[in-house]
Design a protein around this ligand. Structure first.
Ligand code: CAA
Length: 379
């Protein structure tokens, strides 16, 4: 049993923490207010070799592990959740399906530019009528000669406005239900594909969230990703990794809540002393710190299992539901500790609440995570 991070993992955390605190944190408020996508920050992450962090060097990655990536993600999200979500969707959802299921040619053509940070990765599973019930995909792909012809739509897709291609699921055999869904790589400049970024959101304002509309979009036959009719399973496997990463993001937001609440409580004087000296406040802070410690250990363990190639579906669901709900509670407590100021946009904690809520929904709602855990228990 060894709880120590390796030297490389420690180094990644230190370097990313330093960068995030100095260069991302000061921008977070403005990114939230303006809803402006932080493209310049993404370019800097690429210069730091982080956009392909957990992928092999032969594809332009940094050859790191999933633990290192989650540590980096926690630090980025602690500074700015919109930037964290952009990074998470790029690695866990954009790059990962190509890494896991792509042919060597597909990895060379699609994964390498993603790892080099030349464009962002995006992943299209969700549809207007296939959200939690993702196996109800309605988008279709029909093979005509040497081309697949795709029709349908996807919603809530992160990063697609900044992607050169998206990986999506589509029905390839209507008679087989979930077992008749395949995955594809679709260039975003393909005629008939429209990408719309018109959502007005509660939080994660700087993250790019889009709808995709496919109107007779033709892609080459070789753009099938993975095995024919195995696309739903492939995407569920991808989501296991995504859910661990969402856990790391939630820890980042909760840590930001604790950072802000602790400083405020130490500096705020009422009844002749810092409010941090009152048990009502200090116990809230103690509970926040304890929950963060539990969630951090949970995501590290799940990421480590994944790095060992061991099953982690249950652990991924557990960290996702535990950490995301914990982050929302941490944000509510941080607001409470700030009193009236916590309700004001002048302080960061109201933003943390709006950002945290998304983590209970995206990449599988809390209800879906509980369903996955319950099934693993044999319920
Ligand atoms: N890894 C690999 N295979 C898996 C798996 C996993 N984690 N989970 C299930 N499978 C396999 C099953 O074994 C089954 O295989 P067989 O057909 O060989 O038996 C197959 O996949 C289908 O599984 P289920 O019958 O269990 O599927 P289900 O329809 O009951 O759905 C679910 C299961 C857990 C509810 C799933 O639908 C789910 O996770 N829903 C939530 C979807 C979600 O998270 N959406 C967010 C997407 S994010 C997005 O679109 C874009 C973005 O930018 C954020």
């Amino acid at each position: 049993m060894d709880f120590d991070l390796t030297r490389d993992q420690q180094l990644i955390r230190e370097v990313v923490r330093d960068f995030a605190q100095k260069e991302i944190l000061p921008r977070a408020k403005e990114i939230d207010r303006s809803g402006q996508f932080p493209l310049d920050i993404i370019k800097k992450l690429a210069q730091m070799d982080l956009m392909g962090l957990p992928f092999p060097e032969e594809y332009g990655g940094a050859g790191g592990d999933y633990v290192s990536y989650c540590l980096a993600l926690e630090e980025i999200t602690r500074a700015c959740a919109s930037t964290g979500l952009t990074y998470e969707a790029h690695i866990s959802l954009g790059c990962m399906p190509i890494y896991l299921f792509g042919t060597p040619e597909q990895k060379e053509k699609y994964l390498a530019p993603l790892c080099r940070g030349e464009c962002l990765g995006a992943f299209g599973l969700t549809e207007p009528n296939a959200g939690s019930d993702a196996g109800r995909t309605q988008t279709t792909a029909v093979l005509q000669g040497d081309e697949w012809v795709i029709n349908g739509s996807k919603c809530f897709i992160t990063n697609a406005s900044y992607a050169r291609f998206v990986t999506i699921t589509a029905v390839t055999d209507r008679t087989k239900g979930k077992k008749g869904i395949s995955a594809f790589i679709v260039p975003t400049d393909a005629p008939g594909l429209t990408i719309k970024a018109g959502y007005e959101k509660l939080g994660m304002s700087g993250s790019n969230t889009t709808e995709l509309f496919f109107d007779n979009v033709r892609i080459p036959k070789e753009n099938l990703l993975g095995q024919l009719n195995q696309g739903f399973k492939h995407f569920l496997q991808v989501l296991d990794g995504g859910r661990i990463a969402i856990g790391a993001m939630a820890v980042g937001i909760a840590q930001a809540c604790l950072d802000a609440a602790l400083i405020y409580a130490q500096q705020r004087i009422q009844f002749g002393q810092s409010i941090s000296k009152f048990q009502a406040i200090s116990f809230k802070l103690a509970d926040m710190a304890t929950n963060i410690e539990v969630a951090r250990n949970m995501y590290l363990k799940a990421a480590w299992l994944r790095d060992q190639g061991r099953p982690c579906t249950k652990e991924a669901a557990m960290i996702k539901v535990f950490a995301s709900e914990m982050a929302t509670r941490a944000a509510l407590d941080a607001i409470q500790i700030h009193g009236g100021y916590g309700y004001m946009k002048e302080f960061p904690v109201e933003r943390h609440l709006r950002d945290a809520k998304l983590l209970e929904i995206g990449e599988g709602t809390s209800e879906i995570q509980r369903l996955v855990i319950a099934r693993a228990l044999g319920c």
